[in-house]
Write a protein that binds this ligand. Structure first.
Ligand SMILES: Cc1cc2nc3c(=O)[nH]c(=O)nc-3n(C[C@H](O)[C@H](O)[C@H](O)COP(=O)(O)OP(=O)(O)OC[C@H]3O[C@@H](n4cnc5c(N)ncnc54)[C@H](O)[C@@H]3O)c2cc1C
Ligand code: SF4
Ligand code: SF4
Length: 392
Protein backbone atom coordinates (compact mmCIF):
# COMPACT_ATOMS: atom_id res chain seq x y z
CA UNK A 1 0.00 0.00 0.00
CA UNK A 2 1.19 3.55 -0.81
CA UNK A 3 2.74 5.53 2.07
CA UNK A 4 4.08 8.53 0.14
CA UNK A 5 3.06 10.35 -3.05
CA UNK A 6 6.55 10.73 -4.56
CA UNK A 7 9.00 8.07 -3.37
CA UNK A 8 11.98 10.34 -4.18
CA UNK A 9 11.87 13.33 -1.79
CA UNK A 10 13.69 15.48 -4.36
CA UNK A 11 10.58 15.30 -6.56
CA UNK A 12 8.29 16.75 -3.89
CA UNK A 13 8.11 20.54 -3.49
CA UNK A 14 5.78 20.29 -0.47
CA UNK A 15 3.05 22.35 -2.15
CA UNK A 16 0.39 20.20 -0.47
CA UNK A 17 -1.93 20.05 -3.51
CA UNK A 18 -2.18 16.25 -3.16
CA UNK A 19 -3.84 16.70 0.27
CA UNK A 20 -7.00 18.08 -1.36
CA UNK A 21 -6.66 16.11 -4.61
CA UNK A 22 -7.07 12.82 -2.70
CA UNK A 23 -10.78 11.91 -2.76
CA UNK A 24 -10.37 9.77 0.41
CA UNK A 25 -8.71 12.47 2.59
CA UNK A 26 -5.88 9.99 3.04
CA UNK A 27 -3.01 12.48 2.58
CA UNK A 28 -1.59 14.77 5.28
CA UNK A 29 1.61 16.80 5.54
CA UNK A 30 4.21 15.68 8.12
CA UNK A 31 7.69 17.06 8.91
CA UNK A 32 10.80 15.02 8.02
CA UNK A 33 14.11 14.97 9.89
CA UNK A 34 15.25 18.16 8.09
CA UNK A 35 12.10 20.01 9.18
CA UNK A 36 10.35 20.11 5.75
CA UNK A 37 6.75 18.97 5.28
CA UNK A 38 6.07 15.93 3.05
CA UNK A 39 2.79 14.19 2.24
CA UNK A 40 2.12 10.95 4.12
CA UNK A 41 -0.57 8.59 2.87
CA UNK A 42 -2.76 6.72 5.34
CA UNK A 43 -2.75 3.16 3.94
CA UNK A 44 -6.03 2.34 5.71
CA UNK A 45 -7.87 5.05 3.78
CA UNK A 46 -6.03 4.84 0.40
CA UNK A 47 -8.05 3.11 -2.35
CA UNK A 48 -5.12 3.01 -4.81
CA UNK A 49 -6.60 5.44 -7.36
CA UNK A 50 -3.14 7.09 -7.70
CA UNK A 51 -4.75 10.51 -8.33
CA UNK A 52 -2.28 12.14 -5.93
CA UNK A 53 0.68 11.03 -8.04
CA UNK A 54 -1.07 11.45 -11.41
CA UNK A 55 -1.94 15.09 -10.73
CA UNK A 56 1.21 16.04 -8.77
CA UNK A 57 2.73 19.01 -10.65
CA UNK A 58 6.31 18.14 -9.73
CA UNK A 59 8.70 17.93 -12.68
CA UNK A 60 6.09 19.14 -15.18
CA UNK A 61 7.27 22.37 -16.71
CA UNK A 62 5.48 24.15 -19.53
CA UNK A 63 7.63 26.06 -21.98
CA UNK A 64 6.09 29.53 -22.45
CA UNK A 65 7.01 32.40 -24.70
CA UNK A 66 9.53 34.94 -23.41
CA UNK A 67 7.86 37.20 -20.83
CA UNK A 68 7.50 40.95 -21.32
CA UNK A 69 9.59 42.74 -18.68
CA UNK A 70 9.11 45.98 -16.75
CA UNK A 71 10.87 47.61 -13.82
CA UNK A 72 9.48 50.03 -11.28
CA UNK A 73 7.73 50.59 -7.99
CA UNK A 74 4.60 51.88 -6.33
CA UNK A 75 4.34 55.67 -6.03
CA UNK A 76 3.50 55.55 -2.31
CA UNK A 77 6.88 55.85 -0.54
CA UNK A 78 5.65 54.45 2.77
CA UNK A 79 4.24 51.37 1.08
CA UNK A 80 7.45 50.94 -0.86
CA UNK A 81 9.44 50.95 2.41
CA UNK A 82 7.12 48.32 3.89
CA UNK A 83 7.55 46.00 0.86
CA UNK A 84 10.52 43.79 0.02
CA UNK A 85 11.22 45.31 -3.39
CA UNK A 86 9.22 48.02 -5.15
CA UNK A 87 5.87 47.06 -3.62
CA UNK A 88 4.22 45.76 -6.82
CA UNK A 89 2.57 42.92 -4.92
CA UNK A 90 0.39 45.29 -2.87
CA UNK A 91 -0.73 47.20 -5.94
CA UNK A 92 -1.80 43.92 -7.60
CA UNK A 93 -3.52 42.77 -4.41
CA UNK A 94 -5.42 46.03 -3.77
CA UNK A 95 -6.94 45.79 -7.23
CA UNK A 96 -8.32 42.30 -6.47
CA UNK A 97 -9.81 43.43 -3.13
CA UNK A 98 -11.50 46.40 -4.88
CA UNK A 99 -13.02 43.93 -7.36
CA UNK A 100 -14.59 42.11 -4.40
CA UNK A 101 -12.13 39.21 -4.61
CA UNK A 102 -9.86 37.32 -2.22
CA UNK A 103 -6.05 37.57 -2.10
CA UNK A 104 -3.90 34.64 -0.96
CA UNK A 105 -0.39 35.29 0.38
CA UNK A 106 2.02 34.23 3.12
CA UNK A 107 1.77 35.48 6.73
CA UNK A 108 3.80 34.71 9.83
CA UNK A 109 1.14 33.46 12.22
CA UNK A 110 1.15 33.89 16.01
CA UNK A 111 3.49 30.93 16.53
CA UNK A 112 5.86 32.45 13.90
CA UNK A 113 5.06 29.75 11.37
CA UNK A 114 4.74 30.85 7.73
CA UNK A 115 1.45 29.90 6.10
CA UNK A 116 -0.54 30.96 3.05
CA UNK A 117 -3.89 32.52 3.97
CA UNK A 118 -6.72 34.29 2.14
CA UNK A 119 -7.51 37.93 2.99
CA UNK A 120 -10.57 39.98 2.09
CA UNK A 121 -9.66 43.58 3.04
CA UNK A 122 -6.98 46.15 2.20
CA UNK A 123 -6.09 46.44 5.93
CA UNK A 124 -5.34 42.69 6.13
CA UNK A 125 -2.86 42.94 3.24
CA UNK A 126 -0.16 44.18 5.66
CA UNK A 127 0.19 40.63 7.06
CA UNK A 128 0.91 39.06 3.68
CA UNK A 129 3.11 41.89 2.45
CA UNK A 130 6.88 41.29 2.52
CA UNK A 131 9.09 38.23 1.97
CA UNK A 132 9.26 35.49 4.59
CA UNK A 133 12.40 33.51 3.88
CA UNK A 134 11.10 30.14 5.05
CA UNK A 135 8.86 27.60 3.32
CA UNK A 136 5.19 28.41 3.98
CA UNK A 137 2.45 25.82 4.52
CA UNK A 138 0.11 25.91 1.54
CA UNK A 139 -2.03 22.73 1.53
CA UNK A 140 -5.10 24.38 3.12
CA UNK A 141 -4.74 27.58 1.07
CA UNK A 142 -4.55 25.66 -2.20
CA UNK A 143 -7.74 23.78 -1.25
CA UNK A 144 -9.54 26.98 -0.17
CA UNK A 145 -8.41 29.04 -3.17
CA UNK A 146 -9.49 26.26 -5.57
CA UNK A 147 -12.92 26.06 -3.89
CA UNK A 148 -13.41 29.83 -4.26
CA UNK A 149 -12.28 29.80 -7.90
CA UNK A 150 -14.67 26.91 -8.63
CA UNK A 151 -17.50 28.95 -7.09
CA UNK A 152 -16.72 31.82 -9.50
CA UNK A 153 -15.24 34.19 -6.87
CA UNK A 154 -12.34 36.37 -8.13
CA UNK A 155 -9.06 35.21 -6.58
CA UNK A 156 -5.46 36.45 -6.67
CA UNK A 157 -3.13 33.67 -5.50
CA UNK A 158 0.44 34.65 -4.66
CA UNK A 159 3.13 32.13 -3.73
CA UNK A 160 6.28 30.35 -4.79
CA UNK A 161 6.22 29.09 -8.39
CA UNK A 162 5.73 25.53 -7.09
CA UNK A 163 2.75 26.61 -4.92
CA UNK A 164 1.17 28.26 -7.98
CA UNK A 165 1.81 25.04 -9.95
CA UNK A 166 0.14 23.17 -7.06
CA UNK A 167 -2.98 25.35 -7.30
CA UNK A 168 -3.25 24.73 -11.06
CA UNK A 169 -2.82 20.98 -10.43
CA UNK A 170 -5.64 21.05 -7.86
CA UNK A 171 -7.79 22.89 -10.44
CA UNK A 172 -6.99 20.15 -13.03
CA UNK A 173 -5.05 22.60 -15.23
CA UNK A 174 -6.67 25.32 -17.31
CA UNK A 175 -6.60 29.01 -16.49
CA UNK A 176 -9.99 30.08 -15.06
CA UNK A 177 -10.80 33.69 -15.96
CA UNK A 178 -11.55 34.61 -12.32
CA UNK A 179 -8.05 33.57 -11.14
CA UNK A 180 -4.89 35.69 -11.33
CA UNK A 181 -1.65 34.11 -10.14
CA UNK A 182 1.50 35.87 -9.00
CA UNK A 183 4.76 34.05 -8.25
CA UNK A 184 8.30 35.34 -7.74
CA UNK A 185 11.82 34.60 -8.88
CA UNK A 186 12.70 31.95 -6.32
CA UNK A 187 16.10 31.34 -4.72
CA UNK A 188 14.58 28.37 -2.84
CA UNK A 189 12.84 27.97 0.49
CA UNK A 190 14.57 27.16 3.78
CA UNK A 191 13.39 24.49 6.22
CA UNK A 192 10.54 25.56 8.55
CA UNK A 193 12.07 23.29 11.22
CA UNK A 194 15.42 25.10 10.98
CA UNK A 195 13.68 28.49 11.20
CA UNK A 196 11.73 27.38 14.30
CA UNK A 197 14.98 26.15 15.89
CA UNK A 198 16.64 29.50 15.07
CA UNK A 199 13.77 31.38 16.77
CA UNK A 200 14.14 29.11 19.85
CA UNK A 201 17.85 29.94 19.97
CA UNK A 202 17.11 33.69 19.68
CA UNK A 203 14.61 33.38 22.52
CA UNK A 204 17.13 31.52 24.70
CA UNK A 205 19.78 34.21 24.08
CA UNK A 206 17.31 37.07 24.75
CA UNK A 207 15.60 35.33 27.67
CA UNK A 208 12.26 36.39 26.18
CA UNK A 209 9.69 35.00 23.76
CA UNK A 210 9.81 36.33 20.18
CA UNK A 211 6.52 37.97 19.19
CA UNK A 212 7.38 38.95 15.63
CA UNK A 213 10.13 38.50 13.08
CA UNK A 214 10.63 40.53 9.88
CA UNK A 215 13.04 39.19 7.25
CA UNK A 216 13.38 42.32 5.12
CA UNK A 217 13.49 45.58 6.98
CA UNK A 218 14.76 48.35 4.69
CA UNK A 219 15.67 51.02 7.21
CA UNK A 220 19.37 50.33 6.59
CA UNK A 221 18.76 50.09 2.84
CA UNK A 222 17.04 47.87 0.24
CA UNK A 223 20.27 46.16 -0.80
CA UNK A 224 21.66 45.70 2.67
CA UNK A 225 18.37 44.76 4.29
CA UNK A 226 18.08 43.50 7.88
CA UNK A 227 16.06 41.13 10.00
CA UNK A 228 14.14 42.57 12.96
CA UNK A 229 13.08 40.40 15.89
CA UNK A 230 10.71 41.76 18.54
CA UNK A 231 10.43 40.16 21.96
CA UNK A 232 7.77 39.91 24.64
CA UNK A 233 9.88 41.99 27.08
CA UNK A 234 9.73 44.94 24.64
CA UNK A 235 13.27 44.53 23.30
CA UNK A 236 14.06 44.52 19.60
CA UNK A 237 17.03 43.27 17.60
CA UNK A 238 18.05 44.47 14.13
CA UNK A 239 20.71 42.43 12.33
CA UNK A 240 21.82 42.87 8.72
CA UNK A 241 21.44 40.00 6.25
CA UNK A 242 25.24 39.71 6.16
CA UNK A 243 25.55 38.90 9.85
CA UNK A 244 22.21 37.31 10.82
CA UNK A 245 23.20 33.61 11.14
CA UNK A 246 19.85 32.40 9.75
CA UNK A 247 20.02 34.69 6.68
CA UNK A 248 23.67 33.71 6.12
CA UNK A 249 22.65 30.04 6.03
CA UNK A 250 19.72 30.78 3.72
CA UNK A 251 21.75 32.85 1.26
CA UNK A 252 24.57 30.23 1.31
CA UNK A 253 22.07 27.44 0.43
CA UNK A 254 22.81 25.52 3.63
CA UNK A 255 19.22 24.45 4.34
CA UNK A 256 17.04 24.86 1.24
CA UNK A 257 14.48 22.16 0.38
CA UNK A 258 16.04 19.35 -1.71
CA UNK A 259 13.53 20.00 -4.55
CA UNK A 260 14.76 23.61 -4.80
CA UNK A 261 18.15 22.40 -6.04
CA UNK A 262 16.46 20.63 -8.97
CA UNK A 263 13.76 23.23 -9.65
CA UNK A 264 13.24 24.24 -13.26
CA UNK A 265 10.51 26.87 -12.75
CA UNK A 266 12.49 29.76 -14.25
CA UNK A 267 12.28 32.73 -16.68
CA UNK A 268 10.07 31.22 -19.43
CA UNK A 269 8.75 28.19 -17.53
CA UNK A 270 7.29 30.05 -14.54
CA UNK A 271 3.63 29.01 -14.12
CA UNK A 272 1.97 32.27 -12.99
CA UNK A 273 0.35 35.10 -14.95
CA UNK A 274 2.79 37.56 -13.38
CA UNK A 275 6.19 37.16 -11.70
CA UNK A 276 7.63 39.71 -9.28
CA UNK A 277 11.25 39.98 -8.18
CA UNK A 278 13.91 42.35 -6.92
CA UNK A 279 15.41 44.50 -9.65
CA UNK A 280 18.90 43.53 -8.51
CA UNK A 281 21.61 45.36 -10.45
CA UNK A 282 19.52 48.56 -10.59
CA UNK A 283 22.40 50.59 -9.11
CA UNK A 284 24.45 49.91 -12.28
CA UNK A 285 21.65 49.45 -14.85
CA UNK A 286 19.23 52.21 -13.80
CA UNK A 287 21.23 54.42 -11.37
CA UNK A 288 18.92 57.40 -11.98
CA UNK A 289 15.99 55.37 -10.59
CA UNK A 290 17.74 53.63 -7.69
CA UNK A 291 17.49 55.50 -4.37
CA UNK A 292 17.96 52.25 -2.37
CA UNK A 293 14.35 52.12 -1.18
CA UNK A 294 13.49 49.24 -3.54
CA UNK A 295 12.69 48.50 -7.16
CA UNK A 296 10.76 45.54 -8.54
CA UNK A 297 11.18 43.51 -11.69
CA UNK A 298 7.90 42.36 -13.27
CA UNK A 299 7.56 39.53 -15.79
CA UNK A 300 4.27 39.31 -17.70
CA UNK A 301 3.58 35.79 -18.95
CA UNK A 302 -0.04 35.85 -20.16
CA UNK A 303 -2.65 38.09 -21.78
CA UNK A 304 -4.75 37.83 -18.61
CA UNK A 305 -1.75 38.95 -16.54
CA UNK A 306 -1.10 41.88 -18.89
CA UNK A 307 -4.72 43.09 -18.77
CA UNK A 308 -4.83 42.70 -14.98
CA UNK A 309 -1.55 44.56 -14.46
CA UNK A 310 -2.68 47.41 -16.73
CA UNK A 311 -5.76 47.87 -14.56
CA UNK A 312 -3.59 48.52 -11.45
CA UNK A 313 -2.78 52.11 -10.58
CA UNK A 314 -0.28 54.31 -8.72
CA UNK A 315 2.81 52.72 -10.22
CA UNK A 316 5.97 54.18 -11.80
CA UNK A 317 7.11 51.63 -14.38
CA UNK A 318 9.64 51.53 -17.23
CA UNK A 319 10.31 48.92 -19.92
CA UNK A 320 13.22 46.45 -19.74
CA UNK A 321 14.45 45.13 -23.10
CA UNK A 322 16.80 42.34 -22.16
CA UNK A 323 17.10 39.81 -19.35
CA UNK A 324 20.78 39.25 -20.16
CA UNK A 325 22.18 41.50 -17.35
CA UNK A 326 20.16 39.57 -14.73
CA UNK A 327 22.07 36.34 -15.42
CA UNK A 328 24.86 37.59 -13.17
CA UNK A 329 22.99 39.69 -10.61
CA UNK A 330 19.85 37.55 -10.15
CA UNK A 331 20.88 33.99 -11.10
CA UNK A 332 17.68 32.48 -9.64
CA UNK A 333 15.86 33.90 -12.67
CA UNK A 334 17.59 31.28 -14.82
CA UNK A 335 18.52 28.26 -12.72
CA UNK A 336 18.24 26.54 -9.35
CA UNK A 337 20.52 27.27 -6.38
CA UNK A 338 23.44 24.89 -5.87
CA UNK A 339 23.46 23.23 -2.42
CA UNK A 340 26.24 24.28 -0.06
CA UNK A 341 28.89 21.60 0.20
CA UNK A 342 28.36 21.46 3.98
CA UNK A 343 24.56 21.00 3.73
CA UNK A 344 24.74 17.40 4.99
CA UNK A 345 27.07 18.40 7.84
CA UNK A 346 24.70 21.19 8.86
CA UNK A 347 21.73 18.81 9.02
CA UNK A 348 23.74 16.22 11.00
CA UNK A 349 24.42 18.94 13.60
CA UNK A 350 20.83 20.24 13.43
CA UNK A 351 19.44 16.77 14.14
CA UNK A 352 21.75 16.54 17.16
CA UNK A 353 21.17 19.91 18.82
CA UNK A 354 18.97 22.22 16.69
CA UNK A 355 20.19 25.59 15.39
CA UNK A 356 23.47 26.87 16.79
CA UNK A 357 25.06 30.23 15.91
CA UNK A 358 28.49 28.62 16.49
CA UNK A 359 27.76 25.91 13.89
CA UNK A 360 26.93 28.57 11.31
CA UNK A 361 30.12 30.47 12.12
CA UNK A 362 32.18 27.28 11.83
CA UNK A 363 30.51 26.01 8.63
CA UNK A 364 30.38 29.28 6.67
CA UNK A 365 33.23 31.60 5.73
CA UNK A 366 33.01 34.88 7.66
CA UNK A 367 31.45 37.78 5.75
CA UNK A 368 34.24 39.30 3.58
CA UNK A 369 35.93 42.64 4.24
CA UNK A 370 34.10 44.33 1.36
CA UNK A 371 30.79 43.15 2.73
CA UNK A 372 31.73 44.40 6.18
CA UNK A 373 32.55 47.83 4.73
CA UNK A 374 29.21 47.90 2.88
CA UNK A 375 27.51 47.01 6.12
CA UNK A 376 29.36 49.71 8.04
CA UNK A 377 28.35 52.31 5.43
CA UNK A 378 24.74 51.13 5.58
CA UNK A 379 24.71 51.82 9.33
CA UNK A 380 25.73 55.48 8.86
CA UNK A 381 23.07 58.20 8.96
CA UNK A 382 21.79 59.26 5.48
CA UNK A 383 23.56 62.67 5.48
CA UNK A 384 26.99 61.14 6.33
CA UNK A 385 26.44 58.44 3.68
CA UNK A 386 25.67 61.07 1.02
CA UNK A 387 28.77 63.11 1.95
CA UNK A 388 30.98 59.99 1.77
CA UNK A 389 29.57 58.98 -1.62
CA UNK A 390 29.97 62.50 -3.07
CA UNK A 391 33.57 62.79 -1.86
CA UNK A 392 34.59 59.44 -3.45
C1 LIG B 1 11.83 32.34 -0.28
C2 LIG B 1 11.95 33.49 -1.26
C3 LIG B 1 13.00 33.54 -2.16
C4 LIG B 1 13.11 34.61 -3.08
N1 LIG B 1 14.17 34.65 -3.97
C5 LIG B 1 14.30 35.69 -4.81
C6 LIG B 1 15.40 35.78 -5.72
O1 LIG B 1 16.27 34.91 -5.75
N2 LIG B 1 15.46 36.85 -6.57
C7 LIG B 1 14.50 37.84 -6.56
O2 LIG B 1 14.62 38.78 -7.34
N3 LIG B 1 13.45 37.78 -5.71
C8 LIG B 1 13.33 36.74 -4.84
N4 LIG B 1 12.25 36.69 -3.99
C9 LIG B 1 11.18 37.69 -4.14
C10 LIG B 1 11.43 38.98 -3.41
O3 LIG B 1 11.91 38.72 -2.11
C11 LIG B 1 10.12 39.80 -3.28
O4 LIG B 1 9.14 39.02 -2.65
C12 LIG B 1 9.55 40.23 -4.58
O5 LIG B 1 10.49 41.04 -5.22
C13 LIG B 1 8.22 40.99 -4.40
O6 LIG B 1 8.39 42.15 -3.70
P1 LIG B 1 7.25 43.26 -3.60
O7 LIG B 1 7.88 44.47 -3.01
O8 LIG B 1 6.56 43.41 -4.91
O9 LIG B 1 6.15 42.67 -2.69
P2 LIG B 1 6.07 42.12 -1.20
O10 LIG B 1 5.02 42.84 -0.47
O11 LIG B 1 7.38 42.04 -0.59
O12 LIG B 1 5.41 40.70 -1.53
C14 LIG B 1 5.90 39.53 -1.25
C15 LIG B 1 4.93 38.48 -1.80
O13 LIG B 1 5.55 37.22 -1.61
C16 LIG B 1 4.71 36.37 -0.84
N5 LIG B 1 5.56 35.59 0.05
C17 LIG B 1 6.33 36.06 1.05
N6 LIG B 1 6.97 35.06 1.63
C18 LIG B 1 6.60 33.92 1.02
C19 LIG B 1 6.90 32.55 1.20
N7 LIG B 1 7.73 32.13 2.14
N8 LIG B 1 6.31 31.66 0.39
C20 LIG B 1 5.43 32.05 -0.56
N9 LIG B 1 5.11 33.34 -0.79
C21 LIG B 1 5.70 34.27 -0.01
C22 LIG B 1 3.80 37.30 -0.06
O14 LIG B 1 2.61 36.66 0.27
C23 LIG B 1 3.61 38.42 -1.08
O15 LIG B 1 2.63 38.02 -1.97
C24 LIG B 1 12.13 35.64 -3.07
C25 LIG B 1 11.07 35.59 -2.12
C26 LIG B 1 10.97 34.54 -1.24
C27 LIG B 1 9.83 34.51 -0.23
S1 SF4 C 1 1.34 17.53 -4.99
FE1 SF4 C 1 2.93 18.82 -4.05
S2 SF4 C 1 3.14 18.01 -1.91
FE2 SF4 C 1 2.03 16.45 -3.12
S3 SF4 C 1 3.67 15.05 -3.81
FE3 SF4 C 1 3.34 16.55 -5.46
S4 SF4 C 1 4.85 18.16 -5.05
FE4 SF4 C 1 4.66 16.94 -3.17
S1 SF4 D 1 13.04 26.88 -5.81
FE1 SF4 D 1 11.38 25.83 -6.93
S2 SF4 D 1 10.88 24.06 -5.62
FE2 SF4 D 1 11.99 25.52 -4.34
S3 SF4 D 1 10.40 26.77 -3.36
FE3 SF4 D 1 11.11 27.85 -5.21
S4 SF4 D 1 9.67 27.23 -6.79
FE4 SF4 D 1 9.47 25.74 -5.13
Amino acid sequence: MRTTVQSDPVRCTGCGACVSICPQHAVSMMPDAEGFLYPKVDGEKCIGCNLCEIRCPSGRTEQRSEPKMLGGSVQDEQLRMQSSSGGLFTSLAVQMIRRGGVVFGTVMNESLTAEVVGVFSEEALSGIRGSKYVQSQSADAIANAADLVEKGIPVLFSGTPCQVAGLYARLKGGHPSNLITVDFVCHGTPSPGVFAAYISELERIHGSKAVSFAFRDKRLGWKNFSTVGQFEDGSMETVTQLTDPYMRGFLSNLYLRPSCHECHLRFDTLPADLTIADLWGADKLYPERDDDTGLSLLLIHSEAGKAYFESCGNLDMFPIDSAEPFKRVNPSLFGPSVPHKKRERFFALYRKHGFSFDDINRLLAPPGRLQKTAEWIAHLPGAVKRRLLHSS
